[in-house]
Design a protein around this ligand. Structure first.
Ligand code: NAD
Length: 335
């Protein structure tokens, strides 16, 4: 069966890493068809807007998008196109795996294999009710957490754990201080956890979680938390395993899902063939899992690991002398 996906080549290093990623996907005979759509600076230049209706329509129709990083120019209406996409498609679950890989500049070359499931649509991160008093002395922000939002993200985390054979979910919160918002999240999470007796569950306060992640990351399996805490924790986790070049992310909603690299457009190396395509490739592996092709996803991950182990054509961020496409070709040759 053919599956059409929306492909957004993006800005900066975006087109380079997307071409490399599609080269690898093409070598796998997945039956995927690509519908290219623009967003970000590329869309502004071609079509006069950052998020054209045709792109929205394409994602709505195909329900799956693979997206390179985007530039959101200052003063163009959105604070971030990525946040806007999450809002418009209600992509409530942000799923970020962090796994140790060989031959990376990581403090944990082995032992880390965790997934952060971050609530993506509410809480302090979305900047609701931001205001500055007329004298510029007092700034405020509304932090709104709902039972529905908490329930669906925690349920997503437990369902994910069950589906992919994970053993434990850690609920990360700050309910001791933020008694209303984090308190509601924790109370709701406990109720959901009780429905999954087959999955071990523990609770951890966010500041302690950060310390524990740095000292003993191997104790974590799946972490579920609210938006802002998840934003910070997932970058911390990316740092544990060697940085942004290896960190993918999925934004999942009921009607659509967008798969991406966590990093940005890297303007400092754009157009030079230096960008590491692995983060987007690992995002593509998450997409294959989501599309019901877990064995293909596993194959793709294994080819990436084998290429890292062989130090074959690695990009400069990994200490190699290869380039974006030679790295991708080395991965494709191992599939
Ligand atoms: P960045 O992630 O683009 O770059 C940070 C550093 O990491 C740079 O030194 C860069 O060269 C390096 N880097 C990033 N990805 C790499 C890769 N694949 N291979 C090798 N090195 C890589 O972060 P930034 O510089 O803060 O942001 C640049 C732009 O990206 C901004 O306009 C920002 O808004 C945008 N951005 C977009 C997204 C997205 O669309 N998902 C996410 C973050 C930032």
């Amino acid at each position: 069966m053919t599956q059409t996906i929306t492909v957004i080549r993006g800005d900066g290093i975006g087109p380079e890493i997307m071409d490399a990623t599609l080269h690898v996907l093409d070598s796998m005979n997945l039956g995927l068809q690509y519908e290219f759509a623009d967003a970000g600076l590329a869309a502004l230049e071609k079509q006069g807007e950052l998020l054209p209706q045709a792109t929205m329509d394409s994602i709505r129709k195909n329900r799956i998008a693979l997206k390179s990083p985007l530039t959101t120019p200052v003063g163009e209406g959105f604070s971030s196109i990525n946040v806007e996409l999450r809002k418009r498609f209600d992509l409530y679950a942000n799923v970020r795996p962090a796994k140790s890989f060989p031959n990376t500049k990581s403090r944990f070359p082995s032992g880390v294999d965790l997934i952060t499931v971050r609530e993506n649509t509410e809480g302090a991160y979305i900047g609701e009710g931001q205001a500055l008093s007329a004298d510029g002395e007092v700034a405020t922000l509304t932090q709104r957490v709902t039972r529905r939002g908490s329930e669906r993200i925690v349920r997503y985390a437990f369902d994910l754990a069950r589906r992919i054979g994970r053993k434990k979910v850690t609920i990360v919160h700050k309910a001791n201080i933020l008694k209303s918002t984090s308190g509601l999240f924790l109370k709701t999470a406990r109720a959901v956890a009780a429905e999954y007796p087959d999955i071990e569950c523990n609770e951890m306060i966010v500041d302690n979680t950060c310390m524990q992640l740095v000292m003993r990351p191997e104790q974590f399996d799946v972490i579920v938390t609210t938006n802002l805490f998840g934003d910070i924790i997932s970058d911390l986790c990316a740092g544990l395993v060697g940085g942004l070049g290896l960190a993918p992310g999925a934004n999942i909603g009921t009607d659509a899902a967008i798969f991406e690299a966590v990093h940005g457009t890297a303007p400092d190396i754009a157009g030079q063939g230096k960008a590491n395509p692995c983060a987007l490739l690992l995002g593509a592996a998450q997409m294959l899992d989501h599309l019901g092709m877990p064995e293909k996803a596993a194959k793709l991950r294994a080819a990436i690991i084998a290429t890292l182990e062989a130090k074959d054509s690695l990009t400069p961020d990994l200490g190699g002398t290869g380039n974006t496409m030679s790295f991708a070709k080395a991965i494709a040759s191992r599939i």
